[in-house]
Design a protein around this ligand. Structure first.
Ligand SMILES: *Cc1c(COP(=O)(O)O)cnc(C)c1O
Length: 369
């Protein structure tokens, strides 16, 4: 059994993917080919945004908006410690300081009440300028946007939605990447919408900001060749990745539905055995991961060993919260600072999740657990 089955998906869309890739090889515009603008148009429509910027990775899709806002040394950016490292890494890369906020025990996303407390603290200490919030749609479930948007307004902070795992999900009828002054997502192959290599996209409704995104994507270019008006990066997506994504978009909504069916069957089978994921009313998850909680780390190890004996892969996202990572020792957090995150990181594990998981495979996994 596979944790994520990309081969079955490829077999389904092989003709379309192959011919789209061949088209790029034939027209020869490997960079900024017509597939890029086509993809940007479709993704902007999909998320209900005015503008989409196709770029080289999810990491760059988060870095570009922070750079565009000129966030840097002396600024505080609030985020969750229970996420992939890239969420916090982009903050540090700009020179700003990540401020970690513990998570909600049911959704594993940033806790809005604790967020407001942390913002007040940073403001009253006066050492850092509170600038932005990066909520993460962890495992595919959107963050608590109504509450977060209210807080952002109250303290005049920008929101950058990290929709790298949530693409395809929705919150109160609006798609993931619709939230915040800017949003970023990833098309890493294992994400809900995956390319055949690295890729990402940044979104905004603000035309002026979008123009800055475009400039930063190509080394801060200013309109004339070799005229560089700001610092930028090499953040382009290549045309072949866009061609693959266009082919996959055709079946994407159906795949999200299939993922939801898989999640439902898992939850039916596991509800009295482990803590199953909660999806609050009004939320739709993209199910990047189906993650459950064991009683403690020994119980988790026991279950993972049993699954392994049956050749069923499982994974831990995330075993070390970001505030306890070696790279973040300079921020001087310690064990005990984020009790919910720390507790969950000791108990959580993720099961195989993809649209093509069969009922009997799901049932076998549930039986073993
Ligand atoms: C995958 C991921 C990213 C980074 O995306 P890449 O395309 O790998 O650079 C950022 N944030 C989260 C939450 C992710 O899961």
């Amino acid at each position: 059994m596979q944790f994520i089955d990309l081969k079955t998906q490829y077999a389904r869309i092989k003709d379309k993917v192959d011919s789209s890739i061949m088209q790029v090889l034939e027209h020869g515009k490997y960079v900024f080919g017509p597939e890029i603008t086509e993809l940007e148009d479709q993704l902007a429509k999909y998320t209900g945004r005015n503008y989409c910027l196709a770029c080289s990775s999810g990491t760059d899709a988060l870095l570009i908006p922070l750079m565009a806002w000129e966030i840097g040394r002396g600024d505080a950016v609030f985020t969750t410690p229970f996420t992939f490292v890239a969420t916090a890494e982009v903050i540090s890369l700009t020179g700003a300081t990540p401020v970690f906020i513990d998570i909600d025990k049911d959704t594993y996303n940033i806790d809005a009440e604790l967020l407001e407390i942390a913002i007040k603290k940073v403001i009253s200490e006066g050492k850092l300028n509170a600038k932005a919030i990066i909520p993460v749609d962890l495992f595919g479930l959107p963050a608590d946007y109504d509450a977060i948007i209210d807080i952002a307004k109250k303290y005049n902070l920008k929101i950058l939605e990290d929709g790298a795992q949530g693409f395809g999900g929705s919150y109160k009828g609006k798609k993931v990447c619709h939230f915040g002054e800017a949003a970023g997502t990833s098309f890493f192959p294992a994400k809900p919408l995956g390319a055949y290599g690295d890729g990402g996209a940044a979104f905004t409704d603000d035309e002026e900001l979008f123009e800055i995104f475009q400039s930063i994507r190509v080394h801060g270019y200013g309109g004339q060749r070799y005229d560089n008006v700001r610092l930028g990066i090499n953040g382009r997506m290549d045309s072949i990745q866009a061609a693959v994504l266009l082919a996959k978009l055709e079946i994407f909504d159906e795949e999200i539905e299939l993922r939801n069916k898989v999640a439902k069957r898992y939850s039916q089978g596991l509800k009295n055995k482990v803590v199953i994921p909660k999806v609050p009313v009004g939320y739709e998850s993209a199910w990047a991961q189906y993650s459950v909680l064991a009683e403690n780390s020994n119980h988790r190890q026991e279950i993972q060993d049993k699954l392994k004996e049956a050749n069923i892969p499982s994974a831990i996202y995330y075993p070390i919260p970001l505030h306890l990572q070696t790279a973040y020792q300079y921020l001087a957090y310690k064990k005990g600072d984020m009790p919910i995150t720390e507790n969950i990181s000791e108990r959580i594990f993720s099961l195989p999740m993809h649209p093509y998981l069969k009922d009997k495979e799901i049932d076998e996994i549930c039986d073993i657990i």
